[in-house]
Design a protein around this ligand. Structure first.
Ligand code: AMP
Ligand code: MG
Length: 492
């Protein structure tokens, strides 16, 4: 039975014919709701009661299309680990449609794991429960940490068993929400085919959706590039500030909106290590923690290349110069965003000469010391005001940190605001609870074996990451010694 729970307004399907293939989700034996994000459904203006049901599970499994949906598989290309693939596209995903949320913003509703499409290449078009719940957990955690991200609307199982590396696993689909699914790779798809008219159409669509104030302006394509640069610089700065490693920063996984997308082989660092890399296929550490800003800039240069004909159709050299200037500005925006984030983490209201050095000095003192990134920042509020025991105890050898602390305490004392207010402010940006790798793995293993309780409990801990709560002690601890080096996997 069709339920009318969405008021779709599908601009992508309507305005960008030729940029996608209309498609349908695969029928599945037994759609079952595993988790439904009711507050998000309400934010989107959906009929949450109607969707939190068997009929809703069938919709989110891709098994039935709701009234008004125009499901489609989007075309895109992408640089994967530096090598260009001219055709990727939604190989196991569908854009169901768009809704206008309660604040008037257009949001995509998208299914991941809904079956094969014309873009599937060798893949089965499916997803399995563990990775679906991983995207659910980490995406929602990022959101409450204040990091721009796609959201998880629902996770369903399909009743199928899907073959993966270690045997059969429960089939699942994630329904996710994004400001759009436009990627750098979407532009690359049409640029690689030399389809300049379509590229212009795409760029104008992106401008209307993400930077409407640029509409109709003669230099709007350069403006678009600059805005994507600013958003990506701000985004990656936020990743760095919470210790997040995306793991697969291919250009098809980089949004025009500036939201984090595609939580595959991602992880939060436990012990601080600038070279941290978790993905099994990232053998050379291309997407290591410290490389993320540089890679974002590299990806933006790939976007810039696609826009040259639009930036100045008559003078290539001039187009290259303008685009290069925009891309070269990345570092400055990134550094500004990162430093202002570090000031918040350090409880500093004003900018002072030497703050950048102070911030980088902290990280240098942490290097090679086995110090838990999240716990250290959380301990800094006390350390700033003279109670440094908890922070010092996190280091193997705290000599360098101790020296840094003396400078930091002096700097902290030079602020005008009351120390306790500033410490309270620090505790609103330095989380107690993050999705710890060992806890995520344990929750996913239990869920795959049929026990959702650890997943639900973890979601509870992560829902309010900044306030210490009774009964959640284990969620604030670093990885246990026997957890060992952590490896994550793609394309699961
Ligand atoms: P990702 O690594 O998830 O960003 O995906 C990269 C590309 O591989 C995209 O074009 C996906 O649609 C495609 N892909 C990933 N997993 C599958 C799968 N199981 N079946 C078909 N296509 C897939
Ligand atoms: Mg992807």
């Amino acid at each position: 039975m069709a339920i009318a729970a969405f008021e779709f307004d599908n601009s992508y399907a309507r305005e960008l014919e030729g940029f996608y293939v209309p498609w349908k989700g695969a029928e599945v034996p037994e759609p079952k709701m595993i988790r439904f994000n009711r507050p998000l459904a309400e934010e989107l203006g959906l009929d949450a009661d109607a969707l939190d049901s068997q009929a809703g599970a069938a919709i989110f499994a891709g098994h039935t299309a709701p009234a008004g949906a125009t499901p489609l598989a989007m075309a895109y290309a992408g640089h994967q680990f530096g090598g260009f693939s001219p055709q990727l596209g939604d190989g196991r995903a569908l854009l169901l449609g768009e809704v206008i949320d309660r604040s008037g913003t257009r949001r995509d509703i998208h299914l991941k794991g809904s079956g094969r499409t014309p873009f599937s290449r060798g893949g089965d078009g499916k997803a399995v429960l563990g990775p679906v719940l991983r995207e659910y957990i980490i995406g929602e955690a990022m959101h409450v940490l204040g990091v721009p991200t796609t959201r998880a609307l629902a996770a369903v199982t399909t009743g199928e068993e899907i073959m993966r590396q270690n045997g059969p696993e429960p089939g699942a689909v994630l329904a996710r929400v994004a400001s759009s699914h436009l990627r750098v790779g979407t532009f690359q798809f049409f640029a690689a085919r030399g389809e300049t008219d379509r590229l212009r159409q795409l760029a104008d669509y992106a401008i209307a959706r993400h930077c409407p104030e640029l509409q109709g302006q003669p230099d709007r394509y350069l403006g678009l590039l600059r805005q994507v640069r600013d958003r990506q610089a701000a985004l990656v700065a936020q990743w760095m500030l919470v210790g997040f490693v995306h793991g697969v920063m291919n250009t098809d996984n980089m949004t025009i909106s500036g939201e984090t997308i595609d939580y595959g082989p991602c992880a939060f660092v436990d012990e601080y290590d600038p070279a941290a890399v978790f993905s099994s296929i990232d053998q050379h550490g291309r997407y290591a923690y410290r490389n993320q800003p540089m890679i974002a800039q590299w990806n933006l240069a790939r976007l810039a290349e696609t826009l040259l004909d639009l930036i100045n159709p008559d003078d290539r050299e001039d187009a290259v110069r303008q685009a290069s200037d925009a891309i070269n500005g990345f570092q400055e925006v990134y550094e500004r965003e990162w430093l202002s984030g570090m000031r918040r983490k350090l409880g500093l209201d004003r900018a002072e000469e030497g703050d950048l050095e102070l911030a980088t000095g902290l990280l240098a003192s942490m290097e090679g010391q086995g110090v838990d990134f999240t716990r250290l920042f959380r301990a800094l509020g006390d350390a700033a005001t003279g109670e440094a025991g908890a922070a010092l105890a996190l280091f193997d050898d705290s000599t360098a940190f101790d020296a840094w602390l003396t400078r930091y305490q002096a700097r902290f004392a030079r602020e005008f605001g009351a120390a306790e207010d500033r410490v309270a402010g620090m505790n609103r940006v330095n989380p107690v609870y993050i999705p710890r790798n060992h806890l995520v793995e344990a929750a996913l293993d239990a869920a795959t074996a049929g026990d959702l309780a650890p997943f639900e409990r973890l979601m509870q801990a992560l829902a309010d990451p900044f306030s210490v709560r009774v009964g959640f002690d284990v969620y604030a601890l670093g990885a246990p010694g026997d957890f060992g080096p952590y490896t994550t996997y793609c394309g699961t």
